[in-house]
Design a protein around this ligand. Structure first.
Ligand code: PXP
Length: 274
């Protein structure tokens, strides 16, 4: 059902809450630079949850360059907050996910040579590879999200694959925003906004992540379809200056401020993908 725009919706009062998932990969990057146990990603996760993070995100890469199997085991045992297990779709990671049973699994593309996750998952081109993996995870009660660019064909395939959620790759927009490339930032923003709406209309839960900082998180929190942001590098980087708890608190405040200002008062607000 589509509702007419209302004053409540226009001003964000009726928007669903937005969750903050802290990605702790780069706490592990720092630890691994010297070996040993310090700084411990588990301690960082605990601090972040106490400061207002809702979920913990950790990416167990094939090359184990940051998060390790032991980190995942300790995070799972500690039950600090729902764990979002970021993973490539490989037999090894699928087996680990099914054994670990995290709250959620975010399926991402992975290349050994990349510094960080570079593009979105080509779900439209890999339907047959992804379908059985998604079914196994969903059957195990793991909430699957697909990390994709905001293209309609990717979004439609995600819905056909019966993934409950997508995470929109917002890295291109974040880079353009931070570098002051206004024209590119506006074009990419429109793609994100329209993609989030289309996904919501198809019944997908919509998350966003990659490259977010306080300003971009505040801006994107104003899209009512987006109910979760996953943020790592910036929060861990800011922790050098203000401490991790404070960087999480400031991020939470930025997101809450953004949520007060819905950015599509121009059109109808669609509710719950109906
Ligand atoms: N979401 C996904 C799917 C990612 O791959 C990453 C990067 O690991 C993030 C969110 C977090 O990105 P960033 O570290 O740039 O905040």
């Amino acid at each position: 059902m589509t509702t007419a725009p209302s004053t409540r919706a226009r001003h964000g009062v009726g928007a669903p809450p937005i969750r903050l998932g802290i990605n702790i990969d780069h706490v592990a990057t720092l630890r691994n630079a010297r070996g040993g146990r310090h700084p411990d990603p588990l301690r960082a996760a605990k601090l972040a949850v106490e400061a207002g993070a809702d979920n913990i995100t950790a990416h167990l890469r094939e090359d184990r360059r940051h998060i390790t199997d032991d980190d995942i085991a300790r995070l799972t045992a500690a039950k600090l907050a729902p764990l979002n297990f970021e993973m490539a779709v490989t037999p090894e990671m699928l087996a680990i996910a099914l054994k670990t049973k995290p709250h959620a699994a975010c399926l991402v593309p992975e290349k050994r040579t990349e510094r960080t996750t570079e593009g979105g998952l080509d779900v439209a081109g890999q339907h047959n590879l992804l379908a059985p993996a998604i079914s196994k995870l969903v059957d195990a009660d793991i909430r699957v999200s697909l990390f994709i660019t905001p293209e309609l064909r990717q979004i439609e395939t995600a819905a056909r694959l019966r993934a409950p959620a997508i995470e929109i790759h917002v890295g291109v927009w974040c880079d353009a925003f931070v570098e002051g490339r206004t024209h590119d930032a506006e074009a990419e923003w429109r793609r994100i906004r329209d993609g989030a709406r289309a996904a919501n209309d198809l019944g997908l839960e919509v998350h966003a992540g990659h490259g977010l900082n306080y300003a971009t998180a505040e801006t994107i929190a104003a899209l009512p379809e987006i109910v979760e942001l996953n943020i790592g590098h910036f929060l861990v980087g800011e922790a050098v200056f203000v401490g991790l708890a404070e960087s999480v608190r400031r991020m939470r405040a930025a997101m809450d401020k953004g949520r007060q200002t819905l950015r599509h008062s121009d059109t109808e607000i669609r509710v719950g993908g109906t």
